[in-house]
Design a protein. Structure first.
Lengths: 261, 328
């Protein structure tokens, strides 16, 4: 099977700082992959370079097996939907109009229908005419998630979709993305909450200083050794009725070494 | 749909204002004179209506529409309600072109000032298109526009500084104040050609402006040809604002005010704000020019002075509200 998204050996310099030092990512159809790592480890840069939003100094990135920079804009939009971390919306459009921007390929009336469906899925049925700048931050985040779902793309990439949301909205967001993966879409999300990552993702890619420090099923990727080395945490994933939970404290002593912080 | 009804209403208001502006003026006409003017356009009342007032009124509507459309395009592009053709330095560069032409004594050649002003606007527009392709952040483009504007202003001051006579300086200043007085039909056609091209470019960019509501990254992956749409919006706005400055001097704040007046009613969608902004700009300038003509003053009020008197407080109000929304 061809990966929905694949990147390898990405090197990105941002000014004098090397944001990526050879990281890469593979996401198969039907798979939900979490991209983890401390602040500044290169998560967002990995997504952006992999989507062709910035040009890496080295490395390759492909969507559905085709080099990302060779794909015409219209086709690229059919292959991937992207939810950036930045949630600033320029104008106070009605939330249904915002969600409908996920489907510019459809006739306007059809796009609005899709948007209304997606708003219902994110729990905002009946809020379609509400101005998006008159909503709370959490509601606005849901509208933007509805816009992502409205793309109906086979690869959904969401940068920090759970950041700043209340627990209910965090779980809803990840459940909806999980459902997309169950329907065959490839899903990639960056997350800071390791418990949510372990519970919802099939596979976790842990970044540290621009490199992949671990890549595997949640229990394989988030070992006590990785937790200590990458995140500076003393602890482990422990089982609970609702799924794995991170039980950890800040490590008193950080091990020295290239990846130690 | 209420949007379409409003559009028809706005267009109707523009036509009513234009008719009023043709009928009312400094020279009082009696009812019989209007009939004469209709029956015999070559008669004295006919001359007043069709050769003096009508082209002036059409020019005001055209320039106001061009400025309103340019303002709406730039505000959508930069996602900033404070953007206006002046921000990109287009108006200041056009003013510089005209100032140079006047200082070189070219004012006697018909059309020379206009050509020089349009050239200045297009140079600034080309510069901005280049910069817009290089720097995608709206804030950067605004700052660069402010620099272009300041530099063009400095060069204009240099022209006055070295101008051979106070008469020349007075001439340049008078042109800078902005006016549509004494325009004839060929003037209107000369202004309409570049403005129409600019309007078409801006209209084509509408989808891109709407998508930019969600930010550069989302727009870049939306499937729309954003680089071309962005260039069309900037280039179109430069042509519109440039042709306006070339035809009527520097008329501030219409580009800022027009989109602001209609935005809420166009659903806040920057793409759907374009046409109503053009109509609102036309309406504003026709009314402002009517005011400039009929307010009894020793010397005729300059149109640019009237718009600035009303526009500057509005600018403060918009900034006030924008600052409040940025905090939330």
């Amino acid at each position: 099977m061809i990966p929905a998204w694949e990147s390898q050996g990405l090197v990105v310099w941002q000014g004098a700082r090397q944001a990526l030092r050879g990281a890469g990512l593979t996401v198969m159809p039907g798979e939900m992959v979490g991209v983890l790592g401390p602040n500044g480890s290169g998560k967002t840069t990995l997504l952006r370079a992999g989507l062709g939003l910035l040009r890496p100094q080295a490395g390759t990135a492909a969507l559905a097996g085709r080099p990302v920079n060779g794909i015409p804009e219209v086709e690229r939009a059919r292959l991937v939907g992207y939810l950036p971390q930045e949630r600033r919306v320029g104008w106070n459009l009605a939330s249904q109009e915002i969600a409908a921007l996920g489907a510019p390929d459809l006739p306007p009336a059809r796009a609005r229908e899709v948007a209304a469906d997606m708003l219902t899925r994110v729990g905002l049925a009946g809020f379609g005419q509400r101005g998006v700048l008159e909503m709370s931050g959490g509601e606005r985040a849901r509208v933007l998630l509805a816009r992502l779902l409205a793309t109906r793309a086979p690869l959904l990439v969401a940068d920090e979709p759970a950041a700043g949301l209340d627990p209910d909205a965090q779980l809803l967001t990840l459940e909806l993305l999980r459902a997309e993966a169950a329907r065959g879409a490839a899903v990639a999300v960056t997350l800071h909450d390791l418990t949510l990552a372990a519970r919802f993702c099939d596979r976790l890619v842990v970044l540290a200083e621009g490199r992949v420090a671990a890549d595997g099923a949640p229990e394989e990727a988030l070992t006590p050794e990785v937790l200590l080395r990458v995140f500076g945490l003393d602890g482990a994933l422990v089982g609970s009725p609702a799924g794995p939970v991170l039980a950890a404290t800040r490590a008193a002593q950080r091990p020295p070494g290239e990846l130690g912080r | 749909m209420s949007g379409r009804r409003g559009l028809v209403l706005l267009a109707g208001l523009v036509l009513v204002a234009m008719a009023l502006a043709v009928l009312v003026g400094e020279t009082p006409l009696r009812a019989g004179d209007y009939l004469t003017a209709l029956a015999r356009p070559g008669s004295a009342p006919g001359e007043i209506l069709w050769t003096i007032r009508a082209p002036r009124v059409v020019m005001a509507a055209l320039i106001g529409g061009a400025l309103g459309l340019a303002g709406a395009a730039l505000q959508g592009l930069l996602r900033n309600p404070l953007a206006d053709p002046g921000v990109l330095g287009v108006s200041a560069s056009a003013g510089l072109g005209a100032g140079v032409a006047i200082a070189l004594g070219l004012a006697a050649i018909p059309g020379a000032i206009e050509v020089a002003a349009l050239a200045g606007a297009l140079v600034a527009g080309a510069l901005v298109v280049t910069l817009a392709a290089r720097f995608r952040e709206p804030e950067t483009l605004i700052l660069l526009g402010v620099s272009i504007s300041a530099f063009a202003g400095a060069l204009s001051s240099l022209v006055y500084n070295f101008s051979p006579s106070p008469v020349t300086t007075a001439e340049v200043l008078s042109w800078m104040l902005g006016s549509v007085a004494n325009r004839d039909w060929p003037d209107v056609v000369r202004a309409a050609l570049p403005a129409t091209l600019g309007a078409l470019l801006v209209a084509w960019s509408a989808r891109g402006l709407t998508m930019l509501t969600l930010g550069e990254e989302t727009a870049a992956l939306s499937g729309l040809p954003m680089a071309r749409l962005r260039a069309a919006a900037v280039g179109g706005a430069a042509l519109l604002a440039g042709s306006a400055v070339a035809a009527a001097g520097i008329i501030g704040f219409v580009g800022l005010a027009a989109p602001h007046l209609v935005r809420r009613w166009a659903g806040d969608d920057p793409g759907r704000t374009l046409l109503p902004s053009a109509l609102a700009g036309g309406l504003l300038l026709v009314l402002a020019d009517l005011a400039a003509r009929v307010i009894p003053t020793e010397q005729e009020l300059k149109l640019g002075v009237v718009t600035a008197l009303f526009g500057a407080p509005l600018f403060a109000l918009v900034a006030w509200r924008a600052a409040r929304s940025w905090r939330s």
